[in-house]
Structures are given as structure tokens and as C-alpha cells.
Write a protein that binds this ligand. Structure first.
Ligand SMILES: Cc1cc2nc3c(=O)[nH]c(=O)nc-3n(C[C@H](O)[C@H](O)[C@H](O)COP(=O)(O)OP(=O)(O)OC[C@H]3O[C@@H](n4cnc5c(N)ncnc54)[C@H](O)[C@@H]3O)c2cc1C
Length: 234
């Protein structure tokens, strides 16, 4: 939802959100913030990798994020938020500190970890690092993964800072091109994999079309747009 009147955001907060308190924040990089938060209302939830949550980030805005870790017993979640600096979600994440309260909707399932495929391919951008980290850390025995995260040329260390075991490749003037190059070069070795396409919408669509041209069925493409050029609050 791009923006709601404050009164509706207040009603949604009262009816649908779970309260929590931030217990720690850290900066794996100046553009990537880890936020750890906890609350009794977060205990015992169904929140596997791929679950999405929606914190209230201002009087009039809710924004989607994916936990990068979740402990059901203590009701503790983590998020990794890319500070792109262009919207209320990013501004909220920049400001939030230990001790602050937050209200979240969800979790809701859109992307599912899938144990029926041995190989997984993860393709995304800076906003998908948390999702892929949670997926990586939850793979079943015998499952493998490969892939790449496209990032700004000065952020090629991002995955390493959070122990996501994938390389970063530098974004070129054409967003998504580096992902496509990786896919073209690595498709043959991974053609029976489950392909996760997350992040920038136009990049996902190009990768999906290429895979479909190769005959990959929808059942082996897990796609979710996290943001789109010029659009607010997907
Ligand atoms: C299911 C789901 C899970 C998500 N999980 C995460 C997560 O774990 N971590 C995370 O960091 N993000 C995540 N996102 C993406 C995040 O919600 C978007 O980046 C969102 O736009 C942030 O809101 P905002 O208020 O900062 O910007 P908005 O108000 O939504 O957008 C303002 C402007 O910024 C642009 N913009 C948005 N994102 C980017 C970007 N990455 N780079 C450049 N321009 C951008 C938009 O096109 C728009 O023009 C997720 C999104 C979805 C739908």
C-alpha cells in the first residue's frame, strides 16, 4: 500500500499488528541495517523463510520486509534492510534504534522454501539478502544452492558481511543485466533447479521470460517483486 490516511493506519495498527521492541541494531554496511526485535506476540508464529511482514513505518505508511531469521520460542525476529534512502521505509529503518517500539502485520506466506528440489538458484538485489540468508540457513539436508546478488559496484562485499554464501556482482548501467549474464553462463549446470527471482520487478520479469523460453515450468520459478521503478510501497 503506497500511503493511507493516518486514521486508517491507526485502525489497521490497532486491529491487525503485533507489538514488538527493538533489542539491537547493527550496520553490516552503511547501506545495510540489521534490526533485531522481540515481543510476546511474536512467539509461536508460523514464520518460515519467505514469510513477509509489514511494519508500520510512519503515520501513513506500512512497508513489506522479510525476516532474515526467526526464533519462535523467544519471539525474536531479524530484518536486513537496504537503506536506499528514497522512501519512508528506508527513512524509518535508518532512524530506528534499540528500545524503540514497532508494530508489524503478518507474517504472511508468499514465497515458500521448497524441500522437493535438490538445487536452488537465488537471484536478487540488495533488498533480497535477508530473504536469501534465511533460506540458506534453513535448507534441508542434501539441498544445495547457488546464484548471485547484483549490487552497486561499491557494495560487492555485502553478502560477505552477513555470511550469505553467494557472490555479489556489480550492477551495470542496465539494472538486472549482471543477473542475466550470470544466468546465461550458469544455466546449463543448474537447469533442473528451483529458481528464486526476487527483488527488482523489471529484472525479475526478464529473468523469468528467459527461463520460460528455455522451457522451465512455473512450478520451478518462485518470483516475487519487492519493488518497481517509480512505484511506492509494493
Ligand atoms: C515481500 C517483500 C519483502 C521485502 N523484503 C525486504 C527486505 O527484507 N529488505 C529490504 O531491504 N527490502 C525488502 N523489500 C523491499 C522494500 O519493501 C522496498 O524497497 C520498499 O520500496 C521500501 O519502501 P520505501 O518506503 O523505502 O520506498 P517506497 O516509498 O516504496 O519507494 C520510493 C522510491 O524508491 C524506489 N525504490 C524502492 N526500493 C528501491 C531500491 N532497492 N533501490 C532503488 N530504488 C528503490 C521506488 O521505486 C520508489 O521510486 C521487500 C518487499 C516485498 C514486497
Amino acid at each position: 500500500m503506497p500511503e493511507l490516511p493516518k486514521v486508517l493506519t491507526d485502525i489497521a495498527t490497532a486491529l491487525f499488528t503485533k507489538p514488538a521492541t527493538v533489542t539491537a541494531v547493527s550496520y553490516p554496511d552503511k547501506y545495510l541495517k540489521k534490526i533485531v526485535f522481540t515481543g510476546d506476540a511474536l512467539k509461536g508464529l508460523k514464520c518460515p523463510p519467505g514469510a513477509q511482514i509489514e511494519p508500520r513505518v510512519s503515520d501513513r505508511h506500512m512497508r513489506h520486509y522479510n525476516p532474515s531469521a526467526y526464533d519462535s520460542a523467544t519471539g525474536t525476529m531479524e530484518m536486513l534492510i537496504y537503506l536506499h534512502g528514497m522512501g519512508p521505509g528506508s527513512a524509518w529503518a535508518e532512524k530506528i534504534q534499540a528500545g524503540d517500539k514497532l508494530n508489524i502485520m503478518g507474517p504472511a506466506m508468499k514465497i515458500h522454501a521448497d524441500e522437493s528440489h535438490t538445487k536452488q538458484v537465488f537471484l536478487g538485489d540488495e533488498t533480497t539478502i535477508g530473504t536469501f540468508l534465511f533460506l540458506q540457513n534453513s535448507l534441508a539436508k542434501g539441498q544445495t544452492f547457488t546464484g548471485v546478488i547484483e549490487a552497486e559496484p561499491d557494495l560487492l562485499h555485502l553478502n560477505q558481511t552477513v555470511n550469505l554464501k553467494l557472490p555479489n556482482v556489480a550492477r551495470t548501467s542496465q539494472r538486472g543485466r549482471a543477473l542475466m549474464n550470470w544466468l546465461i553462463e550458469n544455466y546449463e549446470a543448474n537447469q533442473d533447479a528451483l529458481f528464486y527471482l526476487l527483488g527488482h520487478n523489471a529484472s525479475n520479469l526478464q529473468l523469468r521470460d528467459w527461463l520460460k523460453d528455455k522451457g522451465v515450468p512455473n512450478s520451478r520459478i518462485a518470483m516475487r517483486r519487492y519493488w518497481a521503478d517509480g512505484m511506492e510501497g509494493l
